[in-house]
Design a protein around this ligand. Structure first.
Ligand code: AMP
Ligand code: DBH
Length: 572
């Protein structure tokens, strides 16, 4: 692997303006015309937007329950009414169709009316996670040129209004909309509440949306530097979750438990909350994924399907045997986000009494599933096969040549729901996409007969910590900001529970006093980033290896540090 150019972290808004469009920063996503025509012909892209989808669902399933979150139960009809009201409210605030709106919401029912409201208003959500903090949200706002932020008042002891106040210091015009107690900000509940009878006569006031345009932006876990924004169109994304719903056996009687953060691509779309809604099923939001929270919900709502990352699946398998809750309604457990080892996979059916479905996906597009009726051997030992027969998968060697069947190689892919470019990232785009439009996933896979993939590892330098991807480079940059730090390298260390944990190797400045590891961690956390990115371990070393020609590549350095650490651990 060649060393990637380091992005300019200090200037996240650096983008090439496009003079041809009025909104130069508007996200775009386009496929070559011949492929777009093919995807339409084959019925993948149906020309339905999220707004039209919700209207259709409300017409077909009106009184049925769509969303359960805490005490709130919304029918499909309720959801449409609330979303239309929100849409008018957003527009009344002066937000123009096409504008980006960062949405940072936990697993609460209000997620759905607020997001569908944005879709109906032609606004473009940018999904942040509840764990993100000042630095990350500021980056998303700057990179997307967002005009508004939608948050909850507070959640799990964190006050998101305080964060919004901080952000407003940098982005004075930022509109902040709060679900809950709004304080000085705009209350979501007041949006579009223009008095009795208003909704009927205003019903035609919402803009038309072109389904081939960008609907929202997801966040990439990021292999280098800061998270990149992933523009997904209505057509492509709706196809991915509509087909996922079929593959995952969803029917209107299904009940999907959203235990992972709803804004994450996996619980959002694989098949996720949108896949469930797309067939008229019921979505139940769990405030967190702990067995103590989720198990009572499974029993009370008769949950049939959910999705977890491997460490949580392990936790559930540990908790299930002794628990007093009736989990017998559970039919399918999707596990993905990181590699689920076969030994653990084999225990799912015996301990939880349901079918395991391995899910290997990425917010950039391609999603693979084991099929529910696959032989147990395939379910346990592979990460599934692609959704679509038009998902093109290449497994390539170091020279870019296809490997022999069954050999490990780099996974490249393109298809009807895999992006062709990140938003405003010329350097990353040149690196991550081939000239003929394949996405270089960075994953190492083996392809078995039938197209089943087995994930072997990956090429890039990120840490996959319980399904959360952490860019080594991003954390190294934060460490370098510490006055006592001369150099830093962050690597992944295999971890029995998390899959991987992060370890920061730090060289202290000559003359500086060596800080305590806890102080280094506190410093990184204090930089305003998500807690999951704070290094799990800090190891001080006297110097980093260099070669005769100067500094060795960071990838090599990280690999060496990791190898030395593992050797020392093994010798203990
Ligand atoms: P992101 O691009 O941030 O959405 O993260 C997607 C990445 O997560 C993939 O490219 C894989 O590296 C990893 N991943 C997702 N699901 C699995 C899985 N089932 N097994 C192994 N790795 C996975
Ligand atoms: O890890 C992921 O990003 C992921 C995992 C499973 C994903 O995006 C998905 C399914 O859609």
């Amino acid at each position: 692997m060649t060393e990637a150019p380091r992005p300019d972290v200090a200037r996240p808004d650096m983008a090439l303006p496009d003079v041809a469009t009025p909104d130069a920063a508007a996200p775009r996503q386009t496929w070559p015309a011949d492929l777009a025509a093919r995807y339409r012909e084959k019925g993948y892209w149906r020309g339905e937007s999220f707004g039209t989808l919700l209207r259709r669902l409300a017409a077909e399933h009106g009184p049925r329950i769509a969303v359960v979150g805490g005490e709130t139960r919304l029918s499909y009809a309720d959801l449409l009414t609330a979303a239309e009201q929100a849409a008018r409210g957003y527009l009344a605030l002066g937000l123009q169709p096409g504008a980006r709106v960062v949405v940072q919401l936990p697993n609460i029912a209000g997620f759905f009316p607020s997001v569908f409201g944005l879709f109906l208003a032609g606004l473009i959500p940018v999904y942040a996670l509840p764990a993100h903090r000042r630095t990350e949200i500021a980056h998303f706002i700057a990179r997307s040129d967002a005009k508004a932020l939608v948050i909850a008042d507070s959640w799990e002891g964190f006050d998101y209004r305080a964060l919004a106040r901080e952000l407003r210091k940098e982005a004075a015009g930022l509109e902040v909309i709060v679900i809950g107690e709004a304080q000085e900000f705009t209350s979501f509940a007041d949006l579009g509440a223009s008095g009795e009878g208003a909704s009927d006569q205003d019903a035609g006031a919402l803009p038309e949306t072109d389904p081939s345009r960008v609907a929202f932006m997801q966040i990439s876990g990021g292999t280098t530097g800061l998270s990149k924004l992933i523009p997904r169109t209505h057509d492509d994304y709706i196809y991915s979750f509509r087909e996922s719903a079929v593959i995952c056996g969803l029917t209107p009687d299904s009940v999907y438990l959203c235990a992972l953060p709803v804004a994450h691509n996996f619980p959002m779309s694989s098949p996720g909350v949108f896949g469930a809604l797309s067939v008229g099923a019921k979505v139940v939001l769990s405030p967190n994924p702990a067995p103590a929270t989720a198990f009572p919900l499974i029993e009370a709502e008769r949950v049939t399907i959910t999705g977890l990352v491997p460490p949580l699946a392990l936790l559930w398998m540990q908790a299930a045997p002794g628990c007093t809750h009736d989990l017998s309604s559970l039919e399918v457990l999707g596990v993905g986000g990181a590699k689920f080892i076969p030994e653990a996979a084999a225990r799912v059916r015996p301990t939880l009494g349901c079918t395991l479905q391995q899910v290997f996906g990425m917010a950039e597009g391609l999603v693979n599933y084991t099929r529910l009726d696959d032989p147990e051997e395939i379910i346990i030992s592979t990460q599934g096969r692609p959704i679509s027969e038009d998902d093109e998968v290449l497994v390539l060697d170091d020279e870019g040549q296809p490997v022999a069947p069954g050999e490990a190689g780099y996974l490249h892919t393109r298809g009807p729901y895999t992006i062709r470019a990140y938003h405003n990232e010329p350097a990353a785009n040149a690196r991550s996409f081939t000239p003929d439009g394949f996405y270089r996933t960075g994953d190492m896979v083996k392809q078995l007969p039938g197209g089943y993939l087995v994930v072997q590892g990956r090429a890039g330098d990120h840490i996959n910590r319980a399904g959360e991807k952490i860019s080594a480079e991003e954390i190294e940059d934060h460490l370098l900001a510490h006055p006592a730090v001369f150099d830093a390298a962050v690597v992944s260390i295999p971890d029995a529970f998390l899959g991987e944990r992060s370890c920061a190797f730090v060289v202290v400045n000559p003359g500086a006093e060596r800080p305590k590891p806890a102080a280094v961690k506190a410093f990184v956390r204090g930089r305003g980033i998500a807690a999951f990115k704070v290094p799990d371990e800090v190891v001080f070393v006297t110097e980093f290896a260099t070669t005769a020609v100067g500094k060795i590549s960071r990838n090599k350095l990280r690999a060496e540090l990791r190898a030395r650490y593992l050797e020392e651990e093994a010798a203990k």
